[in-house]
Design a protein around this ligand. Structure first.
Ligand SMILES: C[S@@+](CC[C@H](N)C(=O)[O-])C[C@H]1O[C@@H](n2cnc3c(N)ncnc32)[C@H](O)[C@@H]1O
Length: 232
């Protein structure tokens, strides 16, 4: 698997924090927000009192989840600059009482065991240097019967769509990086990592090894994005 050290990943996201939201909407053809709304609906159905969003970035998910009544929402991310952008958004929406954003590594979470009702990880897992260690940590801090929701890029099953996606990710993602970012190298990393990360049943095997069960996969954008739901 193509992997960079956590320190390098942190530098990449620090360097693109200001443009991240804008480019994320473009690279997912505007579907990102709609899919995150669907994730929020799934979270809401669980009637949680404590939710953790790992690799929260600029805090999209905590902000969408803030509509859940009487729910403590925590976001954690390794990149100080992504968190700083998130804090600006939280402050401008006057949500700092509901949302707490922490700087931290998914591999070593500071939270108690069996604490959260729901954990979400959006476009985070493929960046983790030690994937299983990070998923073990998510498992540890999730309550028994709690729900893990992961939203990630995936490889389409259909061979024609997979080929088109290959062309898209090889050309379009770095091109957008060149046009809109001062750090085009970061977008080269994003397209490589999305190509090599396990998806579909291969990813479920990893979740199953960690101890999760009762899986559901919701494919989005012709199978190029997937929402995985699993239970502890
Ligand atoms: C593609 S962004 C996703 C941000 C946000 N979840 C979203 O959906 O827009 C990936 C995020 O993962 C974070 N990240 C990468 N490795 C991490 C780790 N080991 N622990 C915590 N966060 C990490 C990066 O700093 C970055 O903010």
């Amino acid at each position: 698997m193509y992997k960079l050290r956590t320190e390098k990943i942190k530098q990449i996201f620090d360097s693109i924090s200001k443009e991240y939201d804008f480019l994320n909407r473009i690279l997912t053809f505007g579907t990102d927000f709609k899919n995150k709304k669907e994730i929020a609906k799934l979270v809401k159905e669980k009637n949680p009192s404590k939710v953790l969003d790992i690799a929260t970035g600029t805090a999209d998910i905590p902000i969408i989840l803030s509509e859940i009544y009487d729910c403590e929402i925590t976001g954690v991310d390794i990149s100080e600059k992504m968190i700083s952008e998130g804090r600006k958004k939280v402050k401008s929406k006057n949500l700092y009482k509901q949302i707490n954003l922490d700087i931290g590594n998914a591999e070593r979470l500071k939270y108690n065991c069996n604490y959260f009702d729901v954990i979400t990880i959006c476009f985070g897992v493929r960046n983790f240097e030690y994937l299983e260690r990070s998923l073990n940590e998510a498992y540890r801090v999730l309550k028994n019967s709690g729900i893990l929701i992961i939203y990630e890029t995936s490889k389409p099953e259909n061979i024609i769509i997979r080929f088109l996606y290959y062309i898209f990710s090889t050309l379009f993602i770095p091109l957008m990086g060149l046009l809109f970012s001062k750090k085009p190298g970061a977008y080269f990393y994003l397209q490589i990592s999305s190509k090599v990360f396990p998806s579909g049943r291969n990813f479920l095997k990893i979740l199953s090894n960690v101890g999760f069960y009762d899986f559901e996969i919701r494919e989005k954008l012709f199978g190029t994005l997937s929402i995985y739901v699993a239970k502890k």
